[in-house]
Every structure is written in structure tokens, then in C-alpha cells.
Design a binder for this molecule. Structure first.
Ligand code: SAM
Length: 197
């Protein structure tokens, strides 16, 4: 497993080299659906591993108080500049999520393919952090990347593994099957609205 400096360097190199195949260039259609269906709680929303953060402005427009976090410099600077240009306000923080601790918990976490960017050796620690960062009853709106192959990033996030990671003791899973969200890169994300108990 990599340390924090190595993780930062790896992601900075991907951005600096334009190797950003995960970037849709626009907000995910799933966020529109969740907002329209009233699935995104009012209040404070965390966007971990926000990247270029196309969803951040959308959440702000929808009246949410947004905190966006990423380890890499380029996307954080770009997102800050774009928000400032549009006179939009969010807390945009450059840090390693595996070390960061927010001052207060969130009402929702919009987890769009940050988990699959982390080495699976860190998944338990990250899942514990997500549990700690949400208020009781808070929502984890997750897009779990399906690659069906070894290695990564993106690392495959099979449903059975996700159910073990976000266990029933701490999380309530929906009864409905997930929505399949095609990604322009040809992969599929599975969308789940999971509730922190
Ligand atoms: C697959 S990209 C997804 C970006 C964005 N959510 C999207 O869907 O376009 C993963 C993002 O997580 C960030 N990241 C990876 N490891 C991180 C860490 N330990 N702490 C914070 N951000 C991290 C990367 O810099 C990258 O922007």
C-alpha cells in the first residue's frame, strides 16, 4: 500500500498527464435523479475525491452546503477558480481523505468513484471514516464502479464486497436493486442510497 505522499504524487501525475478517463466532463445523470427524487438530504454534503467536481456546483445550486475534498492539486485549484468565477461557495480542501477529519459530521456523502480509486487495503479504514463522517440517518449516495477485472485504479467494487464493507450493523441498504449508470469510459457504476444507522 502507498503512503500519503506517494498517493498524492500518483494522482497529480494522472491529472498533469491528462490521464483522467473517469471524468465525465459534466455532472453525473445520477445526481440529477437523486436530487429530483428528494434523495439528497438538505444540509451539509461531502464530496470525497471530488476531482474536477462537476457535481459540486449542482449541489450548491440545489441549496446544499458542500465540502469537496481531493488529494491532487490541479483539480482543487481548477474547482476553486470555477466556483469563484460563478460566485458559488463551497469548502474545497486539498488533503488525503485517509488522514483528514472534518470538524462536524455531514448529512450526506456523495461518493462518486472515490472508493474505487483507493487501494482495497485502505477500504476498511475509508468505510469507517465514512461512517464516522455521517450523522445518524445520514445518506451515503454511492456510485460503485464495476470493472470485473483485477487491479486498478479503478478497483472493482462488486456488490458482495460492498455489502461486507458497508455492513448491516452500521448501514441500512435499500430493498430496491441498484440503478446501473453507464460511464462514458464504457464501465458501469451501480448507484446505491445507503443509510447510516
Ligand atoms: C476516479 S477519480 C473520481 C473523481 C470524481 N469523483 C469524478 O467522478 O469525476 C478519484 C479521485 O479521488 C482522488 N483521490 C484519490 N485518493 C485520494 C485520497 N486518499 N484522498 C483524497 N482524494 C483522493 C483523486 O485525486 C481523484 O480526483
Amino acid at each position: 500500500m502507498t503512503d500519503s505522499n506517494e498517493r498524492k504524487t500518483e494522482w497529480e501525475q494522472r491529472y498533469d498527464g491528462g490521464r483522467t478517463g473517469w471524468d465525465r466532463g459534466e455532472p453525473s445523470p445520477m445526481l440529477d435523479q437523486w436530487l429530483a427524487a428528494g434523495k439528497v438530504p438538505e444540509g451539509k454534503v461531502l464530496v470525497p475525491g471530488c476531482g474536477h467536481g462537476h457535481e459540486v456546483a449542482e449541489l450548491i445550486h440545489a441549496g446544499r452546503q458542500v465540502t469537496a475534498v481531493d488529494i491532487a492539486t490541479q483539480p482543487v485549484i481548477r474547482l476553486m477558480a470555477q466556483l469563484a468565477e460563478r460566485d458559488l461557495h463551497a469548502d474545497v480542501i486539498q488533503t488525503d481523505l485517509l488522514h483528514w477529519q472534518p470538524a462536524e459530521p455531514f448529512d450526506a456523502v456523495y461518493e462518486q468513484t472515490c472508493l474505487c480509486a483507493l487501494d482495497p487495503g485502505h477500504w476498511q479504514a475509508y468505510a469507517q471514516r465514512l461512517a464516522d463522517w455521517l450523522v445518524p440517518g445520514g445518506k451515503l449516495l454511492a456510485l460503485f464502479m464495476q470493472t470485473g477485472r483485477e487491479g486498478g485504479p479503478p478497483f472493482d467494487c462488486p456488490v458482495a464486497d460492498m455489502r461486507a464493507l458497508f455492513d448491516d450493523a452500521r448501514w441500512q441498504w435499500p430493498d430496491e436493486p441498484p440503478q446501473q449508470v453507464p460511464h462514458p469510459n464504457g464501465l458501469i457504476e451501480l448507484a446505491y442510497e445507503i443509510t447510516r444507522r
